[in-house]
Design a protein around this ligand. Structure first.
Ligand code: 2DT
Length: 212
């Protein structure tokens, strides 16, 4: 996608089941990289602030009903509407820490029974993360962490299916972290991996696209 050797920011994605600790680790990485003097932003998907994001938010909180294919495409559209800004930020040297991305899109929709390849198709051409940190936790253990809220997918049987579908998406950009450990132990491992990838992107690692 981009052959230049220019220094750029890293695209770092956190994935995992609900209550795996993604949001806490994202916050910690933001502070860590800011502390080192890097330009860094925290993003999350779905981005509920856009008009597409508001439709997604209404669906997740059971205020609206949508066909499974339709909501899948809305989640994907919500990433596409941020794609050019994402590229601009990365090329300008800003590292993006992203809480969920295309892997959530495919894992959750295919766990509902939609065809796996059909689910991947609308994600093709989005920017590929430099690093995917998968916070791995047994669904039972995740459920113990303060219980689930009232959103649509927060049920243990469904989360088990999501975990199985996530596994099918693992590739060389993934690092699997044991998220049953303490926040501090997880943070220590995450920091090392993040630092390594931020520095390889500063040295000019080219951007690439999903899913090639
Ligand atoms: P949060 O609780 O993290 O806001 O997630 N989801 C998310 C999908 O089904 N498809 C997607 O593309 C994304 C990004 C996962 C809200 C829920 O939305 C699910 C949980």
């Amino acid at each position: 996608m981009d052959a230049s050797n220019e220094s750029r920011g890293a695209l770092i994605v956190f994935e995992g089941l609900d209550r795996s600790g993604k949001t806490s680790q994202c916050g910690r990485m933001l502070l860590y990289l800011e502390g080192l003097g890097h330009s860094v932003e925290l993003w999350r998907f779905p981005d509920r602030t856009t008009s597409v994001g508001q439709m997604i938010s209404a669906y997740l909180s059971n205020k609206s009903q949508l066909d499974d294919h339709t909501i899948h495409l809305l989640f994907s559209a919500n990433r596409w509407e941020k794609r050019s800004l994402m590229e601009m930020k990365l090329k300008a040297g800003t590292t993006l820490i992203v809480d969920r991305y295309s892997y959530s899109g495919v894992a959750f929709s295919s766990a509902k029974g939609l065809d796996f390849e059909w689910c991947k198709a609308p994600e093709i051409g989005l920017i590929a993360p430099d690093l995917v940190l998968y916070l791995n936790i047994p669904p039972e253990k995740a459920a113990e962490r303060g219980g689930y809220g009232g959103e649509r997918y927060e049920q243990i049987e469904f989360q088990k299916k999501v975990a199985q579908h996530y596994k099918l998406l693992e590739d060389s950009s993934w690092k699997i972290i044991d998220a049953s450990q303490s926040l501090e132990d997880v943070e220590k491992q995450v920091k090392e991996m993040v630092s390594e990838h931020v520095s390889s992107c500063r040295k000019g690692k080219p951007l690439s696209s999903l899913w090639s």
